[in-house]
Design a binder for this molecule. Structure first.
Ligand SMILES: Nc1ncnc2c1ncn2[C@@H]1O[C@H](COP(=O)(O)OP(=O)(O)OP(=O)(O)O)[C@@H](O)[C@H]1O
Length: 272
């Protein structure tokens, strides 16, 4: 079994200082190299907060976080910086994370140069051309601005930007919730395929259990800032231990869960 890449133990997060509201109550989570873990739960259950805490984007009031064998819970930002390239995030709304005034070329080339992953602009452009092909976008996109692309295309750019930096871990937070169902399937297929090719570990936050089932190996069910249930996706879906998970499963229309979208292991779309 692959070793753990990112683990957290006893995580607590309080918003609004010491007298604020505690939204994570001692969460334990472990993500192994190369695996895709789903984080699911109702709105307000703390999914995004957990994701942001794992990435050290919000402070934790208790607990510890380890990345690649190193404790990072309170690592100063200067020491976090070299790790930031290895820990990428793809957002729900790529418009919010892609600079609207920059061309796609600049959005993709600059991080490569900034992180020293390309020696010069020509080398960076060659890498960008390759990844653009991988995310099935035409080269003409490079001269456009984000608002000139469709939602699905922007999400592909978000994925391309993350993948270019050769991360070990990607957090994807509700990345398909704004897209129509067939675009969702394409984006999920693409991301899952990339994660397999690159050996990426992923945490996939979604309120949508059918999305989690299509791409995840294991799932954590969050409720009121606690882990309600955790296990292999197939096991949790077939045989939920907690009543809460059962209620979540019952709340989704079963025919909508279409595992034929993708083979969860390979990310390859089922021919049927
Ligand atoms: N910056 C913040 N300041 C104060 N409270 C916050 C902040 N961000 C989130 N919260 C609160 O923390 C709780 C957990 O929010 P979080 O966004 O982590 O949940 P979620 O499961 O991701 O929900 P959703 O699916 O609606 O995005 C909610 O009650 C929310 O209102």
């Amino acid at each position: 079994m692959a070793e753990n890449l990112l683990t957290a133990t006893g995580l607590e997060v309080i918003y609004g200082g010491r007298r604020g509201v505690k939204v994570l109550h001692g969460v334990d989570i472990a993500i192994r190299r190369g695996e895709t873990v789903g984080i699911v739960g109702e709105s307000g259950s703390g999914k995004t907060t957990l994701g942001r805490a794992l990435l050290r984007l919000v402070d934790v009031s208790a607990g510890s976080i380890h990345f690649d064998g190193r404790e990072i819970t309170h690592l100063p930002e200067a020491e976090m910086r070299p790790l930031r390239r290895r820990i990428q995030m793809i957002f729900q709304d790529p418009m919010a994370s892609l600079n609207p005034r920059h061309t796609i070329r600049r959005i993709l080339v600059e991080p490569l140069l900034l992180h020293g992953l390309a020696k010069n602009a020509a080398e960076a452009e060659a890498r960008v051309a390759k990844i653009l092909e991988r995310v099935t976008l035409p080269a003409a996109c490079l001269d456009r601005n984000p608002h000139e692309l469709s939602g699905g295309q922007r999400q592909r750019i978000g994925i391309a930007r993350a993948a270019l930096l050769e991360p070990d871990f990607v957090l994807a937070d509700e990345i398909v919730s704004g897209l129509d169902v067939s675009t969702q399937a394409q984006v999920l297929k693409l991301l899952k395929g990339l994660s397999v090719d690159l050996g990426l570990a992923m945490a996939f936050i979604s309120h949508d259990l059918s999305v989690i089932r299509a791409v995840c190996d294991r799932v954590y069910v969050l409720r009121f800032g606690k882990v309600e249930e955790e296990g292999a996706c197939a096991e949790v879906f077939a045989n939920p231990k907690s009543d809460y998970t059962r209620i979540l499963l019952d709340a989704i229309p079963l025919p909508e869960i279409n595992p034929g979208w993708l083979d969860p292991k390979t990310g390859i779309e089922d021919a049927a």
